[in-house]
Structures are given as C-alpha cells and as structure tokens.
Design a protein around this ligand. Structure first.
Ligand code: FEO
Ligand code: CA
Ligand code: CA
Length: 750
C-alpha cells in the first residue's frame, strides 16, 4: 500500500492520465479532423522578423490584425527595424546521463534544493530523511515546480525592473516519499502510523518565497531574509469571490465558509500585473479520504455527482487522514477526511465539504510575509495547471487563460469586470480583490472550421440552471465550485490533458501544451476510453527501447495555439504549433513538425514566453522517449497562428492506413527550435522564470530518481544522485543559468 506520492503514482497511472470526464462532449481530436478537412490553407510567414522589443516592455508590428500590448516606450518606425529574434546557442544532445546539460558558453548552478533551510538557526539539510516534520516549515519543500522572479527595490517593494535582487517564489507540487523519510513512508495496514512523517509531507507541499541576490555571475538565496516564507498544507487561506461563504464551503474550521487551511499539489503557476504570485491546485482531489461505500449513503445525489466528476472517490487510498496517534483539537489530520461524520445538517461539525475549498487559483503577496493567501473562486475550480494573462492595456479587462490537466478536460478563459488601471500595478492583493473576484469565466469550444468560441459559465445562462439534467445548479457559487460540470453542460471541447498555457507578448496569441494521450483508440473503444475515430490527426505506435515496446495513441503530445479577435472576444482562430515526436519517426503521420536530432521532444508540459527576449521555453514531463533521453527544455522562436500549411497524415491502424488532412504550424527547423537543457535521471523539467534583464534564467529540476525503489543500504540503487553527487539521495532543486559572456539567456534580437 502506498500513499499518494509521485513515485507511487508513476508505477500505475497518474491521476491526470485517468480522467473523470464522462460527458459526451466532442473531443479535440474529432474536431481537429473535421475542421482540417474543410479549412483552407492559411498563409503566413514564420518568425518575428518585424517585431521590436523595448526592454521589459514589448510591442510587435507584425500582423495586420494583431492585438498589441501597449508599448512602454514609443515604437520606432517600421523602416528602422532590421533585427529579428534568434537563438544564441548550439543545441544540447539528448542524454541519459545523471547531470544537467546546458549549451557551450552557458553555466548552470544549483541554487535551492529540497530541505535547504530558509531561516536563521535551521541546520543544513542532512539529506538522510531524519529531519523533523516541524523543521520543514522552514525548509525548501519537495518537487519544485512553477516559479516566478519578482524584482525587489531597496525598500523591499515590488520592482518590475530590478534584476539584482528579488523574491523567487515557487511551487512544491508533490513528494518522493522514498527519499523524504529515513526509510520511506511507514504504512501499516491501510494507515499512516508515524504522525511526524505526515506532518513533514504536509509541510513539503505548497510554496516557497525566498530572497535571491545577484552574486558574481550567478545568484544566491539569503537564508535569513525576513521575506523568506513557506506556505504549506497548513497555512490559513481566505476564500474569496462568488463562491466564498457558500453553504458548500462550510467546515468545522470555518462555519461561515470564508476560509480554509492550506494548499496542495501546487503544480504550475502564474503571476499578476500587480506583483503577486499565483499558485495552482492540480491533483488536490486525491488528498481527500472518502470511502464511497461508507459515505455515499449519507450524501446527496448532487454531492455524489460532484465527487465523481472531480475524482473525490479515492476509496481510502490517501492516508493523511488516517493518523490518529497525534490528532489534536486543531484537526490537523482528520480534516483530510471528506466523509460525513457529524450529525449537523450544514457540515459545520466535520470536513465533508473540505474538498470544495480546494481546486482553486490561489493568490499570494510575496512582499507581505504576514499576508493571508486568497483562493480566487471567480476563476473556477478544476485541476488547475497554471494561469497566464494577456498583456494588460489601460481601460481593458484583465484576461487569464487556464488549463485543466486531466485527460479529456478543458481550456478556460477569465475576463475581469474591472478595467485595468495602471495605478493598480503596485497594489498587491487589493488589486487582486478588484480584478480576480469579479469577472466572467468561459470555456473553449474548438470548431471544425478553424475557429473557436468561448462559452460563458454563468448561472441562468447556457443551460446552467436547476433544470440541467446532469446536475441541478443552484447559483453561481455552485457553477464555480462545479466548473467541470458546467463546462460539460455547455458542450466544451475535450482536450488531451491541458498542461501549461502561455501568451506570446509579441502578438497576444495563446499557447497550450497537450502533453499526451495514451488512451486514444482507433476502433472498438470501451466506454472508459476516449472516443477517437479513425480520422483523428495522430494515432500511431511509438516503439520504445530495444524491445520495441508498443506505445499507442498520441504518446508524444502536441502544442496548440489560438488568437482571440480581441481581449473580450468570444471567438478565436487556432492551429497546431508543434507535434512532439522522435526525429526518426515517419514524417507522414508522426513527425509532422519535421523535428530533428537537435530539437526532437516528447510530452510538452511547462511553457512560458520570456517578456525580455520573447523566446518561448518548452519543458517536458515525459515517459515515452525516456529510452533515449531524459526530460529536457527547448527554446523556440514562435511564429503565429496560420503560418503553416496543409498536411495529409497517414495514420496506421493495424493493417489499414487512413489518411487525414491536417494543418501544422510552419516547421521550426534547427534555426527556430533547439534543445537548451537536458536534466538528470528520472526527473521532470518544470518551472521557468528569469530576471527582468533576461540574463539569469531559473529552472526547476523536479523529482530526479523518482522511479527507483531505493535499498537504503546500497546507495547505488538510488535512481539519481543529482545534485549533490557521490552516494547522496537525489533532491529536487532550482538551478540558475547564465551566459558566460553576460548576454541574455537563449537568444534575443540579432
Ligand atoms: Fe502537475 Fe499537469 O502537471
Ligand atoms: Ca506540469
Ligand atoms: Ca506534468
């Protein structure tokens, strides 16, 4: 019996792989096929040859109907534009070595590792699993993930331009129990019997805020900074926005439903135009213990529908709630029990409603260490991967895109009611109250003709009423708490595991990684499998290793992009930017982006546009191409929607070849897409940010060695010894990458 850790999940299926979307909504796959068969070829050119960049502000003058960010400096006139965006490094080779490899002329240094102390008086981490659970309230958490650098002025305020000193804020998504504890997790029967292990795990999740300072050519973190902070599964949080104080939020901890405790499974991130950080709650559902066979009789039909749709039916496989030896009046452990245990009618005497207080976008003010994080319920509840905003323009709303990472889930858009006022750029959480607590939440429908639409999730509209057959919505709070059910009801398009979204600041186009779908089936699918007919864009086998183990479906994933007609538009155009593949794979039906040995990749996940260089960074969380290479990060010069053309894919389904027409973004070639980094063994590369001057790039190396089952008497059994080397246990860590000549990382205008 294993508790929910990455290593446990990877042995079976990760929650994202399973999916809980049983709606009959169309899948992206089928829409793509239909749309591509009708669409005319869009014309365009690749690259940003006519783009201009101004320091940290940025404007572009490329497309005739591009939505432009307001430049911070008057643009130069077009005839003066002679430079274009270029990569400034040679590609790193694929690798299975237990190192971080970066290009020649670059340096990567380790900055912040699992267990590193963030307060005076906290000892260095021994990395043998013997530290107390309590000490982890002042140590780096595990599984570093999404991350952002906030420049800081001398007086400790947010400074968007300062590159020498800042607050680095990052997520700690999950844990590797095998290395976090001296001898792994102690589990007896179906219970956790060592309370301190569970306390350590709760503290190892959440968020770190650390002060970092430029030091020589690199960076160091300040161990005793007053800004250093850990936000964990125990930190008090406000519930904010329309679903706050809903009867569905009432718990024994907050009988008016106004607050909750903690955040978990903090996957990727976002940030705001007003200097605050966003952490996203992804696979939170699995942390709540609910034995359906016991609890179902005590729950309403609506509750059971909601539990099923979000996967809060763990049947007792998550075990934090099973600690009884150290339970105190503050319900540290029993609060993870989501079953009805008390006699009250409203849930004020137990934690039956606790799952409703998770699954949100959480806003944190890193510059005010005593501030209470706020869960922004207006932005919807699902398995939040990350959030990315369109460049803000005075007098226009603040717009975020967000993905829901599970197989067959959706892409969302949030549009604030308040119009952006630049004076709010320094107002922290109070600006968040203004822009993120009141707005419209939309979900994406991808149409067959290459257009798409955003459908609003508003109680009383689009069938979101008490008459909805699958789930009777009571009010807007109910719509937001059950965003997935609302999206089902309006016919949103099922996607292949939406991971990160990113916005190209040069032209306001949105990008979304669809990491993979191992369950595409061409014929005779069972009811639990995602329906894909023979006409879908890619169904193929990707043989793995010397044995040629079959990996069927879309094991390598792809990246799509779209362009809204305007910030408030409810329509968009879209195409496929890149398809992941082995470079050796057939270009007719698999390697549709003509990837080469210098840039082939699989399972894109992390995705972020630099506001300085304008480069697109792509990170992988892969299990398909790992016979050849560890996970990696690539840099791209992105084009624009419609810059590619029509391609016919010859899908191989058994002995039958089925042709389908598709449209693929312009092949990047080695010029516009190169592998920049390869990580150590069994890691995932996730989380990327940089200093405003673009000269230091921060990257997280998550869970090296996570697949191994360590024999603690034989360190050679550890899956990795990165970053400390020798016979050490592996540790998730942040690295900082600089260019030896002091230039911008990855590329720039040249
Ligand atoms: Fe935590 Fe979807 O990656
Ligand atoms: Ca991710
Ligand atoms: Ca992932």
């Amino acid at each position: 019996m294993n508790d929910l850790t990455r290593s446990a999940r990877s042995e079976l299926l990760e929650p994202e792989d399973i999916g809980t979307n049983s709606s009959s909504n169309p899948s992206f796959d089928s829409v793509l096929t239909a749309r591509l068969s009708r669409r005319s070829i869009l014309k365009g050119t690749f690259g940003l040859a006519s783009s201009v960049f101004f320091g940290t502000g940025l404007a572009a003058c490329g497309g005739d109907n591009d939505v432009l960010a307001a430049p911070t400096t008057p643009p130069v006139t077009a005839p003066e534009v002679t430079k274009s965006l270029k990569l400034n490094f040679n590609a790193v080779a694929k690798s299975l070595a237990d190192v971080v490899a970066v290009p020649a002329g670059y340096t990567a240094s380790v900055l912040y590792r699992l267990g590193d102390p963030i307060a005076a008086g906290i000892a260095d981490y021994k990395n043998d699993g013997t530290e107390s659970g309590a000490s982890f309230a002042q140590r780096a958490g595990d599984h570093h993930d999404g991350m952002h650098f906030f420049g800081m002025s001398a007086d400790g305020k947010y400074s968007a331009s300062n590159s020498d000193r800042g607050l680095l804020v990052m997520n700690h998504e999950a844990i590797t129990g095998a290395y976090l504890h001296a001898n792994g997790q102690t589990i007896a029967g179906n219970a956790r019997t060592v309370a301190d292990e569970v306390l350590k795990e709760m503290h190892a999740h959440g968020v770190s805020v650390i002060e970092v300072n430029r030091s020589g050519s690199g960076f160091s973190y300040k161990k005793d900074s007053a800004f250093n902070r850990r936000i964990t599964a125990l930190t008090e949080m406000s519930l904010s926005g329309p679903a706050a104080k809903s009867p569905m939020m009432i718990t024994a901890y907050s009988t008016d439903g106004s607050k909750t405790r903690g955040t978990v499974n903090n996957c990727a991130n976002g940030y705001t135009p007003w200097g605050t950080y966003i952490t996203c709650e992804e696979n939170w559902a699995g942390f709540f213990r609910r034995v359906a066979a016991t609890d179902d009789a005590n729950r309403t039909a609506k509750e059971k529908t909601s539990f099923t749709r979000y996967g809060v039916n763990t049947n007792g496989t998550h075990l934090w709630a099973t600690v009884t030896t150290a339970e105190t009046s503050d319900t540290t452990f029993s609060r993870w029990n989501a079953m009805k245990t008390g006699p009250s009618a409203d849930g004020s005497d137990d934690f039956r409603n606790a799952p409703n207080t998770y699954g949100w976008i959480v806003e944190i003010d890193p510059f005010t260490p005593t501030s209470t994080p706020k869960k922004r319920t207006a932005m919807g509840r699902f398995a939040h991967e990350n959030a990315a905003y369109l460049p803000v323009v005075a007098g226009q709303p603040v717009v975020y895109y967000m993905g829901d990472d599970s197989r067959g889930e959706y892409l969302y858009k949030y549009v604030s009611t308040a119009m952006w006022d630049p004076v709010d750029a320094t107002r922290g959480l109070s600006a968040g109250d203004k822009y993120l607590d009141d707005g419209k939440l939309y979900v994406a429908k991808f149409n067959a003709d290459g257009t798409g639409s955003w459908v609003e999730l508003k109680f009383g509209s689009n069938g979101l009423t008490a008459s909805n057959p699958a789930y009777a919505f009571a009010d807007q709070a109910d719509v937001l708490i059950n965003s997935r059910l609302a999206a089902d009801a309006v016919g949103a398009t099922k996607m292949d595991r939406p991971e990160w979204v990113a916005v190209n600041p040069a032209n306001n186009e949105g990008y979304l990684t669809l990491t993979n779908n191992s369950n595409r089936v061409p014929a005779n699918p069972t009811s639990s499998q995602q329906l894909v007919d023979a006409a879908n864009p890619r169904f193929y086998n990707d043989p793995k290793g010397s044995a040629g183990t079959a990996q069927k479906g879309n094991p390598n994933g792809h990246i799509i992009r779209w362009k809204d007609a305007s910030a408030t538009a409810t329509t968009f155009q879209w195409d496929v930017f890149l398809f992941g593949a082995r470079s050796t794979a057939n270009a007719d039906n698999i390697n549709l982006s003509n990837l080469t040995a210098n840039n082939d990749f699989s399972s894109p996940d992390g995705l972020w546009f630099s506001n300085n260089t304008g480069l697109l960074w792509i990170q992988t969380d892969d299990g398909a191409y790992t016979d050849v290479t560890n996970c990696m990060m690539l840099a791209a010069v992105a084009g624009k929607v419609g810059d590619g053309g029509k391609k016919t894919i010859n899908n191989v389904d058994g002995a039958t070849i089925k042709a389908v027409d598709t449209y693929v973004g312009a092949a990047p070639g080695d010029t516009n897409l190169r592998r920049f980094l390869v990580g150590p063994k069994e890691c995932e590369i996730t989380g990327v940010t940089e200093t405003p001057d673009g000269k230091a790039l921060f990257v997280n190396i998550q869970h090296p060695g996570e697949d191994s089952k360590p024999d603690y008497t034989n360190p050679a059994s550890y899956g990795s010894h990165w970053p400390d080397g020798g016979t050490s246990r592996p540790r998730s860590a942040t690295i900082v990458i600089t260019k030896s000549d002091g230039g911008t990382v990855g590329g720039g205008l040249a």
